[in-house]
Design a protein around this ligand. Sequence first.
Ligand code: GDP
Length: 295
Amino acid sequence: MFDNLSDKLDRAFKVLKGQGQISEVNVAETSKEIRRALLDADVNYKIAKNFADSVKEKALGQDVLTSVSPGQLFTKITHDELASLMGGESTDINLKGSPAVILIAGLQGSGKTTFSGKLSNYLKKKKGKNPMLVAADVYRPAAIDQLHVLGEQINIEVYSDKENKNPVEIAKAGITHAKSKGFDVVIIDTAGRLAVDEQMMNEIAAVKQAINPSEILFVVDSMTGQDAVNTAKAFNDRLDFDGVVLTKLDGDTRGGAALSIRSVVDKPIKFVGTGEKMEALDVFYPKRMADRILG
Ligand code: GDP
């Protein structure tokens, strides 16, 4: 995960980790290397520049030049800044409501259906909840079947109605069904498109309005870099979602989405997907992610 970024940052710190006299020029040069490493990871220019400037300022402010181990101090400053760029503290999922209703949104192929299954599995096994899934992707019957297959695999009930093409009605009927059967969390998997379009946004906004969910999670493929960030912005402008789920972090992702999304949409990353299996889901901890990036 983020191997290239880790290597580049490690190389950036080399000068400061060496023995010789450290100068302001070395610090400036290192900060430039950091900026380059972030740009290579597909972080947008403004965020990369602000980040590098802030690290430099803090380093000079904290007397890196006279420190006994400037490399270490610089790494620590970068670590703290990386964690803060990704949101600082971890943010829990909101499960208020009876049942708590969680709406899942995102583009087709982002990993929504897989994540819906993973989340229900996580809530059942790790949080002692009794969740139910609702298949509200009215365009892809295959997505409904896929959710049923996942549900069977993890032993979670899936509500669907293939005859109904109205996602608002399906979502409402799913919640009513869940109430009558005593489920305490309802996770609604919605339809996506290959790109942001008005009809999809209208539809999901209508579902939001009709069911007033406790939590809206936006799912995005981390491999898509800055596109992921732009898509997040488009969905957030329309839906004002509560959190982000970054999928496919097990792939060869460069890291740009993880590093940029928070500063662009100001919403926390709550979960990351790390594989196709139902267990491949992690709660997102910015500090731990910063640890991994800096090795
Ligand atoms: P949807 O169209 O948004 O519902 O996307 P799907 O849930 O169908 O996922 C699209 C593809 O991505 C499927 O082949 C999934 O198995 C795969 N996928 C989803 N999440 C992950 C992940 O975290 N890691 C990997 N490697 N693959 C994933």
